[in-house]
Design a protein around this ligand. Sequence first.
Ligand code: KIV
Ligand code: ZN
Length: 509
Amino acid sequence: MSDEKTKRVIRFFDTTLRDGEQSPGCSMNLKDKLLVASHLESLRVDVIEAGFAASSPGDFASVQAIARLVKGPAVASLCRALPADIDASWNAIKDAQRPRIHTFLATSPIHMQYKLRLTTDQVFEQAVAMVAYARNLCGDVQFSLEDASRSDPAFMYRVIEGVIRAGATVVNIPDTVGYAIPHQFGALIRGIRQSVPNIDRAVIAVHCHNDLGLAVANSLAAVAEGAGQVEATINGIGERAGNAALEEVVMALQTRADLFQVTHGIDTTKIYAASKCVQTVTGSRVQANKAIVGENAFAHEAGIHQHGVMMNATTYEIMTPESIGIPRNKLVLGKHSGRHAFEQRLQELGFHFDADHIKRLFADFKALADRKKVVSDADIEALARGLETQVEERVTLDRFVVNSGNTITSTASVRLILDGKAVEHVAVGSGPIDAAFKAVNAILGLELKLEAFTLSAVTDDADAQGETNVKVRHGARVYHGNGLSTDIIEGSLRAYLAAINVVLSENVQ
Ligand code: KIV
Ligand code: ZN
């Protein structure tokens, strides 16, 4: 067995903020993106792909803000292999401590013929010329052969050799449509290592999509064959069925270190917090049985398993919850707990707020402790995440009354404070939440369409807080908001207003 020093280092390139954000319903505002970037920094990923700078002025601004904020990981911006796109990427990332331009061009017959309408020679020349162009701007240039897994290997070898000669530091082999099968994808990476003469001058990266549920398996097969960089997203969010889940690849490499003989720089104890943050800001919850970060990932239901784990955890546990940073719920707070204990617990849970925010959170905690017998870690985390993702509030809930039952039409009277003034409206609806949302719409005069609504309990107790998540469409964009309360109508209104505050902040009148 090789020792730590001789092991190959696998670099993690996180694309939650680019490929992840591209997936339906996962768009994030600037504040959310900065929060996710700071989690990725704590997680110690090697590269953060911050966005696609040329795609819109908003994307440019968020890539630039992330590039200026992040210390440690390199910051990349994606761009097509075109001078204007490359310039936009460079302008957005040039202030980063470690900027990287990530440019791409498709190499598969299907994409070259129908999308690009270019011959193989034209694709080769454009790829080489654009990598050289990018290298004149930036010392770190990654080139991706889009749809590599459906490309002709011989043509890929030629392109890879050419772009490395032109200065590419990383060559990425994406399974763009999630078509590859692990042994075949591994063989593709082996073929590249054996057939491209200058391959030792660049890192081989892989970027796998999950259309056949094989993104993680394909990434691992590629690592086994010598890939040095894995591209992935937190919770596996991404186009269509998503990308390889970073937490799954990392924990597989770590748990089966006996097979892989590689190391990585990820601080796995930050996985849980990063996963929760991405769930909150995208409003996309992971399923309970999701590997590593799902609610049931470490739960043992069967008696025989529980007994085994009590005797010795390794009977049924291949990883510990602590290794991914799941808090141990060790301290339960109540209404007599003091500010010091609360503050300490917040810090242990990984939240670092300034004095002002702690004061606000402590007030929320006291209010919750009045409504709920015991306040657990999950409650504190939910409160803290709510504050972390809160935008400036132009509109807040003052009070509401609903009247509903199975034989009457629901009515809701809602009073909001809008720009400092109280405004009230009464509306009817097909249920109390529908009526309450209609009252809000009438007050604000906004055209909103509710696209998704989920409600889940934060803890198992009967007096649990409900966490509501809504997605609303305003024009072409979908906004989401979270709301917390022991009252589900109040929580729903809070979530709705949280989304509306983002709408208002982006559409200032
Ligand atoms: O899936 C893909 O091919 C991509 C590239 C742009 C890297 O996201
Ligand atoms: Zn992709």
